[in-house]
Design a protein around this ligand. Structure first.
Ligand SMILES: [Zn+2]
Length: 310
């Protein structure tokens, strides 16, 4: 087991990570023999960190690796450590002894295989450049040929990298955002913030429209239900009418084929008479007799014939 572990570590040490393949360019092409790559998660992290830093300058260091490839020295930024214990004014930032101790402690904890490749600080509302104080910091603490200075203005939504060209600090015209292969890369954090705002506004507007639509839909539904209940009442009424007709016809049938039944079912007879609402019924107290008589008169001939055949 021990042997395997040693071999694995050695393999890892010898492995040279390639230049990022999944990249998008930001700004203009760099013609010097250098390039800057920043992982999009670190880029987003720095923009998030800078977003609300609108009074004093703030900052931190950038960690990663340097890779010589394709005739260029590539500074690859893979991590950000926020400065603590620093002193700052609206236009200056000073990394104290404690700040540097904190940086090294964090590298030991979280970025063991990475080195310091530059620093970042904010310029709240005074644009992208290196002040004399910034140059002093770069010339004293970030002297390596591939160590860069990154400046972010969170109010003007502007940013820029500075790198060493022939021992002079120059502004880098562009850089690359990268991520692991297959990951989607978003190229503009300022645009993303606007998009998020736009989306949330759209959502709240959509909520209002949704409420109005719901109220309208409920009103329409209520109208439909009311109309349907009217229709149902109409249908009920029609069904009642039809029942009456059927009852009447049933009575006629009973009287026609079973004349004796009528005499034994006075309730039905009374109902029928009431339903018929015949004015004559109101004036005749013995409705049952009247009905029977009527029917007998109407059907008398047939009744007699039928009776005769039986
Ligand atoms: Zn500055």
């Amino acid at each position: 087991m021990k042997k395997k572990k040693t071999k694995s570590k050695a393999q890892h040490r010898n492995m040279t990570p390639d230049l990022p393949q999944n990249i998008i360019p930001v700004g203009e092409r760099v013609f010097e023999d250098k390039n800057i790559y920043i992982h999009q998660k670190v880029y987003e992290q720095i923009h998030k960190f800078s977003a609300n830093k609108t009074e004093n300058e703030h900052g931190g260091i950038l960690v990663g690796r340097v890779l010589n490839e394709m005739g260029k020295e590539n500074t690859i930024i893979e991590g950000f450590i926020e400065a603590k214990y620093n002193t700052a004014t609206p236009t200056t930032l000073t990394f104290t002894h404690e700040t540097w101790e904190y940086f090294h402690s964090e590298i030991g904890k979280r970025f063991k295989d990475k080195k310091i490749v530059g620093w970042i600080h904010t310029h709240p509302d005074f644009g992208i450049f290196l002040s004399e104080n910034d140059k002093f910091i770069q010339q004293n603490f970030f002297t390596d040929a591939n160590q860069v200075a990154y400046v972010v203005d969170p109010i003007r939504n502007d940013e820029g990298f500075f790198f060493w060209i022939d021992d002079k600090l120059e502004r880098c015209p562009g850089f690359y955002l990268f991520d692991r292969n297959g990951a989607k890369i978003r190229n503009n954090p300022w645009q993303n913030e606007e998009t998020i705002d736009a989306v949330s506004n759209k959502k709240s507007g959509g909520g209002y429209i949704f409420k109005v639509f719901t109220v309208l839909a409920m009103a329409i539904l209520l109208l439909i239900i009311m109309k349907q209940s009217t229709e149902i009442n109409k249908l009920k009424h029609e069904i009642d009418n039809m029942k009456n007709v059927i009852n009447n016809q049933g009575m006629l049938f009973q009287q026609f084929f079973m004349p004796g039944v009528n005499e034994t079912t006075p309730d039905t007879e009374t109902d029928q008479n009431t339903e018929n609402n015949s004015p004559r019924n109101n004036t005749v107290p013995d409705t049952e007799t009247e009905q029977n008589n009527d029917n007998q008169v109407e059907n008398g001939q047939t009744d007699n014939n039928r009776g005769g055949t039986l």
